[in-house]
Design a protein around this ligand. Structure first.
Ligand SMILES: CC(=O)N[C@H]1[C@@H](OP(=O)(O)O)O[C@H](CO)[C@@H](O)[C@@H]1O
Ligand SMILES: [Mg+2]
Length: 580
């Protein structure tokens, strides 16, 4: 087998890179204004096909810009295990995306991507599974209007290397990751690759395990079931719970569809809002990012009563936050929300997993490590709860799921969530083996089912809803009891523009600025004026902006701390526009 340079060159010529566009592989892949992206997505198609060839396995591509505005789009690569492409491959991905012309595309692909592997591929037997026609790249996309055009670019890139391209159509990002994993593992692995995506397997796995958990005897409620939860006190008689779901006018609306009847059968009534049917715009005034950052109920929630149980997904349904609308102030001013963000989901999951692990026999636990992974954005109160109450080890990584996921993999139970609601719980193969060996133990059985409810490839809002609802039901809790696990420290996030955000470099999981000179000293100097103060600044990996985070003892102090830190960033890092 050799690279058909002519086929690549010819296909590439239909997807020219705009000369002034210099894409970089950011926190979650390439993202930009959708009009700029056709060449990038085409080249990611080449790259996903090349990775399939290099690894002799099916790979994936997801076209989405997640929580970003509808005019943006983006592309993320999925590896055969359903995880993200390794970070070591990012520089060459960026190099390929930045090639100025078709000849350079061919050269980078041949020399830098396939280079070392081509002789081995050529030497492989003719019927080998590495033959391109036996390998598939699964391509999914979200609801953005630019999706069809970018999908065509992706398919063309994959096919230029002779690899099969299969469109999965409209799917959530976590579903695409799941499908890629399923295509490479277990009974669904077809010799010729998956001809059609197996979404049914996704629902059967997650929802099937959730329903099994729901049927388990309720007498095992871990806290005796004394909460205010709509599930009642753990007795057989349960009231139905209503969960209002903000789908961000994104792909989650359609993909939650199959859950509605399934969950109704076990007393959970999903009320889907912002499904796109009402003409709303993707992520505009709605979605997990909006609710988490603005602390306001999303659009289409005007009639939802104060105190109701609500959650919010982002545009590609890999983030989840819960919330409850607060009563509007007298005089009509809109009430905010009582927010249960990714940190709260993480602590709920950690507390629950810890309880279950405590019920396992000694032999199952020997040498097993449970760990929680957070970023610098995690509320300080959650980190303190983890350390002082749960007494679980905590790891802090840079922003971006790729970092958290990797760190979580180092433990046997790795619980990771970003504050914005992106995360999951990973179980090691060793722990699953031990649990199977003691599966007459009720807690072991429950952990095994949880490992199926929880998407093991990537953070997943659908899977997150099932996890949270299961834990609340088991504990007999409503949102107030969950919220009371710990009280968040008041915090504020702001962003500002600078001439070149790359001049800000950081260390210590982004909690310290290394450059420009003097910035860290200035931030440290300001922070010490604020009781319980903590603040940091870092360049965004998805937007042309610098983000500033601050927390302090009062909201007013957190706001002031964020403003003061934004001012020194503006002064020392080339701020644009008016000074904060
Ligand atoms: C503060 C914040 O929410 N940052 C987000 C945002 O990254 P930035 O690098 O901060 O732009 O988008 C990422 C991708 O969705 C997400 O992983 C991350 O948590
Ligand atoms: Mg997302």
């Amino acid at each position: 087998m050799s690279l058909n340079a002519e086929a690549v060159r010819a296909a590439s010529s239909a997807f020219r890179k705009p000369p002034d566009f210099h894409p970089s592989y950011g926190t979650a892949g390439f993202r930009a204004d959708a009009d700029l992206l056709a060449s990038t997505v085409f080249r990611c198609g080449l790259l996903a096909a090349a990775r399939a060839l290099l690894l002799g396995a099916h790979t994936g591509l997801m076209i989405t810009a997640s929580h970003n505005p509808v005019v943006d789009n983006g592309v993320k690569m999925v590896d055969p295990d359903g995880g993200m492409m390794p970070q070591s491959f990012e520089p060459v991905a960026a190099e390929l995306a930045n090639c100025a012309n078709d000849d350079d595309v061919v050269a980078v692909l041949r020399d830098r991507v396939l280079g070392a592997a081509l002789p081995a591929l050529a030497a492989s037997a003719s019927a080998s599974p590495q033959q391109p026609q036996h390998l598939t790249v699964l391509v999914g996309h979200d609801t953005r209007p630019s999706a069809p055009q970018l999908l065509a670019a992706a398919l063309s890139g994959v096919r230029a290397l002779g690899v099969r391209a299969v469109s999965c159509g409209l799917v959530t990002t976590p579903q695409l990751h799941f499908l890629v994993h399923a295509a490479n593992h277990g009974s669904s692995r077809a010799a010729d690759g998956p001809a059609a995506p197996q979404l049914q397997l996704y629902y059967d796995t997650l929802v099937g395990a959730f329903l099994q958990l729901s049927q388990r005897p309720h007498a095992e409620d871990l806290n005796g079931g004394a909460g205010s939860g709509a599930y009642g006190s753990g007795t057989a008689e349960r009231k139905a719970v209503v969960l209002y779901v903000d789908c961000a006018n994104g792909v989650g609306a359609q993909q939650l569809g199959p859950l509605v009847p399934a969950l109704r059968g076990v007393g959970i009534e999903l009320q889907l809002r912002n499904t796109g049917a009402g003409g709303g715009t993707l992520n505009l005034g709605c979605g997990a990012d909006y609710v988490q950052k603005e602390r306001m109920p999303p659009s289409e929630f005007g009639d939802v009563p104060a105190g109701a149980r609500c959650c919010s997904l982002d545009g590609d349904a890999d983030r989840l936050v819960y919330f409850s609308p607060l009563a509007a102030a007298a005089g009509g001013g809109g009430g905010g929300v009582s927010l249960l963000d990714g940190d709260k989901v993480s602590m709920l999951a950690a507390a629950y997993v810890r309880d279950l692990m405590g019920q396992l026999p000694e032999e199952a636990l020997r040498g097993i490590r449970v760990c929680c992974v957070q970023t610098a954005y995690a509320n300080g109160a959650s980190t303190a709860y983890l350390r002082d109450v749960l007494q679980l080890p905590a790891v802090c990584t840079p922003t971006g799921v790729k970092f958290l996921h990797e760190a979580a993999h180092d433990a046997d139970v790795g619980i990771y969530f970003e504050s914005n609601g992106h995360g999951t719980v990973l179980f090691s193969q060793e722990l699953l083996k031990r649990l199977r060996a003691v599966d007459s133990n009720a807690a072991a059985k429950e952990l095994l089912l949880l490992a199926r409810v929880i998407n093991q490839t990537v953070g997943d809002a659908i899977s997150g809803i099932l996890l949270v609802e299961h834990i609340l039901r088991r504990k007999g809790w409503g949102l107030p009891e969950w919220q009371a696990l710990y009280s968040d420290l008041p915090s504020r996030q702001v962003k500002l523009k600078v001439a070149d955000r790359a001049i800000i470099t950081t260390a210590d999981a982004e909690r310290v600025c290394v450059t420009p000179a003097g910035l860290q000293d200035a931030i440290a100097h300001i922070v010490q004026e604020f009781p319980q103060g903590r603040a940091f600044a870092r360049p965004s990996g998805t937007e042309d902006a610098v983000r500033v985070y601050a927390e302090a003892a009062t909201q007013q102090a957190a706001d002031e701390l964020a403003r003061r830190v934004a001012q020194v960033v503006y002064d020392l890092a080339g701020g644009l526009g008016s000074r904060p």
